[in-house]
Design a protein around this ligand. Structure first.
Ligand SMILES: Cc1ncc(COP(=O)(O)O)c(C=O)c1O
Length: 473
């Protein structure tokens, strides 16, 4: 397969490519329990937009034009309300109950004949499988709405539960989260969308399909087909062909049905193991058996240290920091999502680093948090005095804080690159990012306090993915 092939015409000229796409569509249908799948959308958010567009087209085609409200739980990823909002719908936020489920009473009160549908992530961003999901689906359907599934967390369900069987009408897959496709720094992703029978005719065009049936001797001929009431084209071609679709195809083929189930079971086991190890050290506000992730608070009574400081400190221990400040309903959220691929040694080392950091935080020794924190300090003089002031509003951090952190890390990488290339260009120079204090260890030495290696100019290694703070979710 040629991952450089981009256009519709050339892709069809590469023998077998359409067949691979068709097979991937079929596998995704089988995995999710949906009747049809489009591979077009380029990412999860793009898949959401595609799905909500189909929901709107469905109601419109039936002449049901008063439906303008999208119901979305407060634990949802920000792309959910954004997708509905981009289509001019009004968003009604449904609170979560104390166990992290959709609050059924609030949902019931919001259900009426103006509801387009509901967008639900299950398991949700707290890592909780909704204990009343069937009731949620029924309430929405009884008022004529459609159920949208945010499939970003599908890795927790593979081979165990199929959203189509639960009654969802449409769902995007984040191929880049479930089938090993990387999603560092926001992309590139791949967000195919699955639909139930009633949305089949609205799928984007073109779909990969059989244009001439085969027989015992001849393979079917694959090509492009257009659904009857298609919402049209969402992208020039199908997803990210090489990096996304081919990779997901390969991952699914390699694992097979039993292996897919293992993915879900290991992801859930790993998250529950970490949750059990950290439960006595960090506050976990929704503390019950979790799915592939759980969310804990990055703050301690009497300490000024917060989630962002803990994440930066984790980098000192050579760990990729978790998602910060999301979901919004957990204060100082640290979302821990280990995935299926981590082994017990790594999980233990990660838990021990977090336990050690909690000890440091409780001592409230701000100096300890200044190593990578100085990156922040360089751009915001007085940052360390600011540690205690903190967080104007959670939303500010969910949007600006995380982006801001990426910015800081990027700036830090840049400064280190610049440091490495210009050994004479030391701290305190005119480069704004380099206005940071000289590290307290000689460059290139081992810091005995935490056993980490600090690379001097000659030994520079870019911070790279390992230190790259991801966006939310
Ligand atoms: C729950 C959830 N929904 C939607 C998205 C959006 O996916 P993407 O980043 O591919 O646009 C994410 C991504 O982080 C997510 O975690």
């Amino acid at each position: 397969m040629n991952n450089l092939v981009k256009s519709d015409v050339s892709i069809l000229m590469v023998e077998d490519n359409p067949r691979y796409l068709a097979e991937l569509q079929e596998w995704l249908k089988e995995i999710s329990g949906f009747a049809g799948v489009t591979l077009q959308p380029a990412a999860g958010a793009h898949g959401e937009f595609t799905g909500v567009l189909m929901m709107a087209a469905y109601h419109k085609q039936r002449g049901d034009t008063k439906r303008t409200k999208m119901l979305i739980p407060d634990a949802a990823h920000g792309t959910n309300p954004a997708s509905a909002g981009m289509l001019g719908m009004s968003v009604v936020t449904i609170p979560s109950d104390e166990r992290g489920n959709v609050d059924l009473k609030a949902l019931e009160a919001a259900c009426d004949d103006t509801v387009v549908g509901m967008m639900v992530t299950n398991p949700n961003t707290l890592g909780m499988f909704d204990e009343h999901i069937e009731k949620v689906v029924k309430l929405v359907k009884d008022c004529g709405g459609l159920m949208y599934g945010d499939g970003a967390n599908l890795n927790a369900l593979l081979g165990i539960v199929r959203p189509g069987d639960l009654g969802f009408d449409v769902m995007h897959f984040n191929l880049h989260k479930t089938f090993s496709v990387p999603h560092g720094g926001g992309g590139p992703g791949s967000g195919p969308v699955g639909v139930s029978e009633r949305l089949l005719d609205f799928l984007p065009s073109p779909l990969v399909g059989i244009v001439e049936e085969g027989d015992d001797d001849i393979e079917p001929l694959y090509g492009f087909v257009t659904p009857k009431h298609s919402i049209g084209r969402m992208k020039a071609f199908h997803g990210h062909f090489g990096g996304g679709l081919v990779r997901a195809y390969t991952y699914i083929a390699m694992h097979g049905p039993d292996g897919l189930k293992d993915i879900a079971q290991y992801a859930v086991l790993n998250a529950n193991y970490l949750q059990a190890r950290l439960r006595d050290t960090y506050k976990i506000p929704y503390d019950r058996i979790c799915m592939h992730e759980f969310v804990m608070e990055g703050r301690f009574e009497g300490s000024d240290i917060r989630a962002l400081d803990i994440s930066k400190r984790l980098m000192d221990y050579n760990f990729h920091p978790p998602t910060n400040y999301f979901p919004l309903i957990v204060h100082e959220a640290l979302m821990i999502e280990p995935t299926e691929t981590e082994n017990k040694d790594t999980l233990d080392a990660f838990a021990e680093a977090l336990i050690k950091i909690a000890g440091e935080a409780r001592e409230n020794d701000l100096q300890v948090f200044q190593s990578l924190g100085s990156i922040h300090g360089a751009r915001h003089p007085g940052h360390h005095a600011r540690i205690g002031i903190h967080r104007v509003a959670e939303i500010d951090h969910a949007v600006g804080g995380v982006v801001g952190m990426q910015d800081h890390v990027q700036q830090a990488s840049l400064s280190l690159v610049s440091d490495a290339r210009n050994p004479g260009h030391g701290p305190g120079g005119e480069h704004p990012v380099l206005n940071q204090p000289q590290p307290p260890w000689p460059l290139g030495d081992e810091d005995p306090a935490v056993g980490r290696r600090h690379h001097g100019p000659g030994a520079f290694q870019p911070l790279g993915d390992g230190l790259h703070a991801e966006g939310t979710g």
